[in-house]
Design a protein around this ligand. Sequence first.
Ligand code: NAD
Length: 471
Amino acid sequence: MRYVKHASFKGRLVVLGFGSIGKAVLPLIFRHIDVTPERVKIISRSADKSGIAQEFGVDFLAQPLDEENYEAVLDAHLSEGDFLLNLSVDVSSLALMMFCWRRGVMYLDTCIEPWPGRYADPGTPLSRRTNYALREDVLAFRMDKRTGPTAVVTQGANPGLASAFVKQALYDLATDAGLEFDRPACHEDWAVLARKLDIKVIHIAERDTQVARRRKRRGEFVNTWSVAGFLSEGLQPSELGWGTHEKHWPEGAARHGYGCDAAIFLDRPGAATRVRSWTPLEGSYHGFLITHGESISIADHLTVREDGKAVYRPTVHYAYHPCDDAVLSLHELAGKNWEKQKNARILRDDVTTGIDELGVLLMGHEKGAYWYGSRLSTQQARELVPHNTATSLQVVAGIVGGMVWALKNPRSGVVEPDDLDHDAVLDVARPYLGELVGVRDAWTPLRGRTDLFKEDIDAGDPWQFLNFRVA
Ligand code: NAD
């Protein structure tokens, strides 16, 4: 089968990290980017036992990077015009970005990682352990870097495609409502459109139903993507973009007191904070309010300011129902006071059934709720691209969409998913997202509540965060 080459690349490509996402992305890179295996190098903590690097004829260097050695190691493999794709954990994204900037190397990552220790040190103030703080550090770095080698930060599925889904959903709702509007050309235009549509709340609403042949064992953390990555973000303070319509200040919440002020954080981990949400196939569910970059960047990009004051912003957050064995893993983890399990397992070839239903749920407008996103089964994912599950394929579709955008826009400076042309990204990603659908529903977080127990709710306004949060 012949595949469209979306971009051609004559430089060298270094893939840093070769875990579940690194392995999943390799086939898609060669399928859609015109680059030969001799120009690709993988650098990762430990040797590749899967044989996948060898299968694609790509050179592999087993070398952990740390604060002392990363420049020396990378200097041997990257110079002006090359590309660094960061798919590792525990290596500072900002350090890599700065390294690439100085050398004229393009860059893409899927989240903003710090060096090890920052999330886990109780001596670090809560605000500094958030994604808000990590993003603010990147925004400070980019102050004078609006041109120059392109660095795309946080471009996977979520963060990443979620920002493109939000724009597509806004576009659909505006068209459906018969609104007269020009195609938004910048984030201020998208914010004005969101305000016009009266979007009050946006969830990144995900229900992963994948199940493997071997179920979770005691003392084991099971997930469909990085266990290390999920543990880190799950134990960060819970965070959400904070909407201008909110009337009830959440218990244990705080503002940061610096930066864009689009988000707040709670004094508890996301792995212990649950919210009500909805996806079309699952219906209503309880998800974890895990911190994610897109909760902050989408809220920030959709803020309307008048005389410097925020007059419109939706509440934005993740409502993640991971696969059932990951929920059991979180439950066990919490019971052991967050002491990590001895064993970790990332599901891939042993998944027998299930889908990842991943989209954005826009609420508060006249239609009630509108979910737009991807539903993809592992079965479909395997037929589309080897070495994948539903989860990994959604992520790598976003990565390759972002890489193609970067290669076509190589001098755009530091950009977030919200800054990219969502049509261009979705054009590349769409064939790998299964059913990409928009579904309307009258769901609200108050629907179907029973009177068995008294609850602290705001019955007059369903779109208050108070009504979503599970007490
Ligand atoms: P993984 O845990 O399976 O793999 C991580 C890789 O990093 C491993 O190959 C490991 O050897 C390597 N590594 C760890 N420490 C290193 C070091 N010091 N130097 C060099 N390599 C090192 O993770 P994954 O599931 O492949 O995820 C990769 C990244 O993508 C993570 O940061 C994760 O949070 C992120 N992610 C983003 C999305 C998204 O949609 N945006 C989705 C899934 C994963």
